[in-house]
Design a protein around this ligand. Structure first.
Ligand code: KIV
Length: 276
């Protein structure tokens, strides 16, 4: 299986659709990678999906690197994207570059993703100059969802749409190789996609983007706390897991598990040891 690069993703625009899924550990990364997904995003959604936080804000660099390393070790082909957590790139360009470099050096990622438009272009430029490829993230940016009025569709009026296009162009000019568009009206995402020369990867942004990304735990029906309206559940694993666990509990209670085939046999009679 050929290892894909950010250059491959860049060249897929207008040629073939890009697929991206989140991963947080090696076995899931290996499963998804084996199916031919273009990119694996170690999203800071880690905080909500895996670590039990209410938002992505508390996620730390150390937590991201821990999980990103596992994903890289489970991946042969897909581009591994390390999501820069809140507070890891906003303080200064130096801080952004130092942390971005850590994703490549310590976690084996191929590139990083960060949220924001014009206001993060200095950081994007610094990272790209340092050899860290950057994926942008516009529209609903969960790290600053509070400022945006919550988890809502973005770019609904002409001014907001104009700003989104300007932000996308600024990210491209700063050297980003692709941009995630989250929770944006489909027709606007289509226009943003036409306005820039780098690929857009949509989540809740319609079919007009150059690619699509979903949180794997959402699309597998594993995350039960809430499901955003734009998610398609390709499976509903949570009820199946509950059913399996109920079967285990019943079989343990009724001494049906373990059966003979799950038990290591021996010719010896160990009961005599009780009298020693
Ligand atoms: O953290 C994440 O999983 C993301 C996706 C929602 C794009 O940023």
């Amino acid at each position: 299986m050929k290892k894909l690069t950010v250059k491959d993703i860049r060249h897929m625009k207008g040629m073939e659709k890009i697929s991206m899924l989140t991963a947080y550990d090696a076995p899931m990364a290996s499963l998804l990678d084996g199916q031919g997904v273009t990119a694996l995003l170690v999203g800071d959604s880690l905080g909500m999906v895996i670590l039990g936080y209410d938002s992505t804000v508390p996620v730390t660099m150390e937590q991201m690197l821990h999980h990103a390393g596992a994903v890289s070790r489970g991946t042969k082909s897909a581009v591994v994207v390390g999501d820069m957590p809140f507070g890891s790139y906003q303080v200064s360009v130096e801080q952004a570059v130092e942390n971005g470099v850590r994703f490549l050096k310590e976690a084996g990622c191929d590139c990083v993703k960060l949220e924001g438009g014009v206001e993060v272009t200095d950081a994007v430029r610094g990272l790209v100059r340092a050899g860290v490829p950057v994926m942008g993230h516009l529209g609903l940016t969960p790290q600053t969802a509070g400022q945006l009025g919550g988890f809502k569709v973005q770019g609904k009026d002409m001014d907001a749409a104009r700003k989104l296009i300007a932000d996308a162009r600024a990210l491209e000019a700063a050297g980003a190789f692709a941009i995630v568009l989250e929770c944006v009206p489909g027709p606007l995402a289509e226009v943003v996609t036409q306005a820039i020369g780098i690929p857009t990867i949509g989540i809740g942004a319609g079919a007009g983007c150059d690619g699509q990304v979903l949180v794997t735990n959402d699309m597998l029906g594993l995350f039960e706390r809430f499901t955003p309206g734009f998610v398609k559940k390709y499976m509903n694993l949570a009820p199946e897991i509950k059913e399996a666990v109920q079967s285990f509990l019943n079989e343990v209670a009724h001494q049906e598990f373990p059966a003979e085939e799950h038990t290591f046999a021996s010719e010896k009679d160990f009961h005599s040891l009780l009298d020693e």
